[in-house]
Design a protein around this ligand. Structure first.
Ligand code: FNR
Length: 410
């Protein structure tokens, strides 16, 4: 594999905007020394993937430490980051046998569109930490693998550029971070429709400081190219991404629907009552997520929130899920608990760092193949056959059993 890393040097005074997932910025604006710019990987490489988690080790070799920590860090003590994994690992399978098939079919549907597998690429800001082409690389990968793609409202590239980079029939969704300036929201929503996005996701869990301690300790470095691709005063409103709206309420769903004419989903829900309120206010879907542990440290693992939300709204709208998914079995766990589609976050950034769009396509195909293998092994021929009966919630709590959960990466 060849990897080129462009080591540009920039003078002071180039844009210092930084897209972060846990956006807020008070902490980082203070902590970020100016001129602390990171080089970015570039290039396109196919990846031999044994496991997505191994890509995180490999990406360390090509990313600057600050970029790697930005991607892999989480809020606070990172309890939620670890708990996401632990809670998934506590769900064991009781597989069906003699099911009479030799190949599983992962095709499924999202928002009325047939997709290759029940996965989606999570919306992630700051993709230029991972690759010079940033969002263009990840959408190329999603397009090649035919996996739905969510573009972050904090993307480096504009939604129009991203739209051009993907096949026309790729299911693309725009994940908006609402602005305090109503005109900005209105314009973003209209642009999303005009650029062929099929839905809008409103992220509601990124409300305040959540920037990882590890990243701050690295001096909160940024890339010289960083900027917010969709924010431009020339397109209406203040154009300042940092003016984030925090006082969300159900009326925001109606506003986005009216502005865009598109289905609107809400991302970052963990409480059943919040999902009910969102759907009552017209949401066309919910994304059960704790932002991969990047916002409230100490929030419950997303997977623990999933069954209640599925019971409450799953008959009416799709319930998407993310946070901690690293293997096909994790997707199988979430699907068994009623998820419609399963999001992949950090591994996409690792794949981009190592292989650009090709790397992302290889990763998504790896997830699809791994899911198909696990479906065969549990006796589920189609996505519709994946049911809660396959799962047993274990409670490994004594010291010996705990070794099952904390182990070296195989
Ligand atoms: C994110 N996430 C995120 N979510 C969102 O709605 N808008 C955003 O801009 C971002 N930005 C972002 C940047 C980075 C670097 C990461 C890792 C994550 C959260 C993301 O969509 C998703 O919820 C989690 O990443 C899922 O967890 P895993 O798969 O990373 O464990």
């Amino acid at each position: 594999m060849t990897m080129s890393v462009s080591r540009r040097r920039f003078a002071m005074g180039v844009p210092t905007l930084l897209a972060a997932s846990a956006l807020p910025t008070v902490a980082w604006a203070q902590a970020a020394p100016s001129g602390n710019f990171l080089p970015q990987p570039s290039g396109e490489n196919s990846l031999d993937i044994i496991a997505a988690e191994r890509l995180a080790i490999r990406s360390k070799a090509v990313l600057e430490p600050g970029a790697w920590e930005y991607i892999h860090g989480a809020a606070g003590s990172e309890w939620t980051l670890r708990a996401n994994r632990l809670a998934l690992d506590l769900l064991a399978f009781n597989p069906g046998r003699m099911a009479g098939f030799s190949e599983a079919d992962t095709t499924s549907e999202l928002l009325g569109q047939q997709v290759a597998a029940p996965f989606f690429v999570c919306p992630m800001g700051g993709q230029d930490f991972a690759h010079e082409d940033a969002d263009l690389a990840s959408v190329r990968g999603a397009g090649a693998a035919r996996i739905p793609y969510m573009l972050s409202g904090a993307s480096n590239k504009s939604m129009e550029q991203v739209a051009k980079e993907a096949p026309a029939d790729l299911l693309r969704i725009f994940a908006i971070y609402l602005n305090t300036d109503r005109e900005v929201n209105w314009k973003l929503a209209r642009r999303a429709r005009a650029a062929g996005y099929r839905a809008i996701v409103m992220t509601v869990d990124s409300l305040g400081p959540g920037t990882s301690n590890r990243y701050i300790a690295m001096g909160s470095p940024k890339t010289a190219a960083a900027g917010f691709g969709n924010f431009d005063p020339a397109r209406g409103g203040t154009g300042n991404f940092r003016d984030l709206k925090r006082d969300f309420d159900p009326a925001d769903i109606a506003m986005l629907k009216e502005a865009s004419g598109l289905p609107v989903m809400v991302k970052g829900l963990l409480r059943t009552e919040d999902a009910q309120r969102a759907v009552a206010a017209g949401a066309a879907g919910v994304v059960v997520s704790n932002h991969g542990g990047r916002t409230l440290d100490g929030s419950i693992p997303s997977i623990d929130a999933l069954p209640g939300i599925v019971r409450a709204v799953g008959q009416r709208v799709p319930v998407l899920f993310d946070s901690g998914v690293r293997r096909g079995v994790d997707a199988l766990r979430a699907l068994a608990l009623g998820a419609t589609s399963v999001g992949i976050g950090r591994p996409v950034m690792d794949a981009m760092a190592l292989g650009g769009g090709k790397g992302v396509a290889d990763l998504l195909n790896w997830f699809r193949n791994d899911l198909a293998t696990q479906m065969l092994l549990v006796g589920a021929k189609t996505i519709g056959d994946i049911s809660p009966e396959l799962l047993v919630r274990t409670d490994y709590t004594d010291a010996t059993d705990r070794d099952l959960l904390t182990h070296e990466l195989p």
